[in-house]
Ligand binder design. Structure first.
Ligand SMILES: [Zn+2]
Length: 139
């Protein structure tokens, strides 16, 4: 029998279905949209193809996965159990690349905000929305 979900799991599942895609990037897109901003996605003519681009404001937002982009949080500090050297090299490279991307964007006159995956969970979304609004209204 496949139907072994508890009531709680089932309502959790329903909630997810109703609220649509819960991927971090979708959460940030929905938030920016709800704040009244319109934006372009993954503009690959800019360094790093920023996830959200606000051309008129000359601002960009990256939504970063904590592990891949090595956030200093619990998820980001998770250590791979095997191929340690391989992962270390790869993740260090990601981090270095991200830094370079931000520097290049700033040199081109863009302001950059990074929203981390762990900041998009439901309990943190209010704070994230405030941060996003602050970033977008700052002059
Ligand atoms: Zn994180």
């Amino acid at each position: 029998m496949a139907d072994k979900l508890t009531t709680r799991q089932r309502s959790e599942q329903m909630r997810r279905v109703r609220s649509g895609d819960t991927k971090p990037e979708m959460v940030v897109r929905r938030t920016a949209f709800a704040l009244g901003y319109r934006f372009r996605l993954h503009v690959n003519t800019l360094p790093g193809s920023p996830d959200l681009v606000f051309p008129r404001l000359r601002k960009v937002v990256f939504v970063h996965g904590c592990f891949w982009h090595q956030h200093s949080c619990k998820r980001g500090n998770r250590q791979p159990k095997s191929n340690v050297e391989y992962w270390k090299t790869k993740l260090d490279r990601n981090k270095r690349r991200d830094r370079g991307t931000r520097v290049r964007l700033r040199k081109l006159g863009w302001r950059v905000l990074v929203v981390w995956e762990c900041q998009t969970v439901p309990s943190k979304q209010g704070r994230m929305a405030e941060r996003l609004q602050q970033f977008l209204t700052a002059t």
